[in-house]
Design a protein around this ligand. Structure first.
Ligand SMILES: NC(=O)c1ccc[n+]([C@@H]2O[C@H](COP(=O)([O-])OP(=O)(O)OC[C@H]3O[C@@H](n4cnc5c(N)ncnc54)[C@H](O)[C@@H]3O)[C@@H](O)[C@H]2O)c1
Length: 271
């Protein structure tokens, strides 16, 4: 017996869709019948995801957008709706782990020198960059897509990718932790504001996931062993673990969830 696909006929916009958790969500959503707008800074990797979605028989297009720009987010929402006819779902996965992080590139690590990453030493520009992408960027994408949904009477779902760092403080990563805690609260406020429009807003707080974002951590064998040993389920997460959580929250199975955050983290951040 074939199961009905869980997102048949839906249109999803996925920011950060070119890599890691966003990429896995794009593919998982397409497997469940959604058409996908991939939004990202990186057109080459975005094109690869678009091709993978099309190979699954779904429509897909790439929109280059810097989610920390209000103009880019408004243009993204407009282009997505005009290309696909509507928007039902948003996954806001675009993010950076620190100010110098470039996904998939060997970038300088602010956290490499722990003392330099402490708040008393961190340049204000680094703080502002992380907040601009991880918090303001999520707000701008949520707002741009929600405005169109409200104006057109499209009911739907928004899933914001926060982090376990929204509840657990990490030395040297104050900007990241604060940005993710902000996403958690943003999710709750927006959930209340958008509930009358039947738009649900939820968040996910992943533990350590095998994506380019954790590549430098995982390259250090001692650190990797420590991360695995510290995770009660005894492994790091795969991007698909988070994509499955995003799928659940975006599907009708979660139709009574809003303003909620779930933590797929192997038990790491329990307590
Ligand atoms: N990997 C983990 O362990 C982990 C844990 C908790 C939370 N997260 C969060 O998950 C989300 C996805 O991270 P990932 O692990 O898949 O990393 P990733 O580097 O694989 O993917 C991030 C994507 O976001 C894009 N991006 C970055 N800044 C952007 C911007 N300003 N505008 C548009 N696109 C931008 C990048 O180009 C990249 O394609 C992030 O918000 C991250 O903070 C990751």
């Amino acid at each position: 017996m074939t199961m009905p696909r869980r997102l048949n006929g839906k249109v999803a916009v996925i920011t950060g869709g070119a890599s890691g958790i966003g990429r896995a969500s794009a593919i998982r959503f397409a497997e469940e019948g959604a058409d996908i707008v991939v939004a990202d800074l990186n057109p080459e990797r975005g094109a690869e995801v678009v091709a993978a979605v099309k190979a699954l028989g779904q429509r897909s297009t790439f929109v280059k957008a810097d989610t920390s720009s209000a103009a880019d987010c408004e243009a993204l929402a407009r282009e997505a709706a005009s290309a696909m006819g509507r928007i039902d779902l948003l996954v806001a996965a675009a993010g950076i782990s620190h100010a110098l992080y470039v996904s998939g590139a060997a970038s300088e690590s602010v956290g490499g020198n722990r003392n330099a990453a402490h708040l008393i030493n961190k340049p204000i520009e680094y703080w502002e960059k992380v907040l601009a992408v991880n918090l303001t960027g999520v707000m701008l994408t949520n707002r741009a897509v929600a405005r169109l949904m409200v104006d057109n009477g499209w009911e739907g779902s928004i899933v914001n990718i926060a982090s376990g760092a929204a509840k657990i403080p990490i030395v040297g990563a104050a900007d990241y932790c604060v940005s993710k805690a902000g996403v958690w609260m943003l999710t709750k406020v927006l959930a209340l504001e958008l509930a009358p429009h039947k738009i649900r807003v939820n968040a996910i707080g992943p533990g350590f996931i095998e994506t380019p974002m954790t590549a430098s951590m995982r390259a250090d064998e001692d650190r990797l062993r420590g991360l695995i040993a510290g995770t009660p389920l005894g492994r790091l997460g795969q991007p698909e673990d988070i994509a499955n959580a995003a799928l659940f929250l975006s599907s009708d199975e979660a139709s009574f969830f809003t303003g909620e955050i779930i933590f797929p983290d192997g038990g790491l951040f329990t307590g």
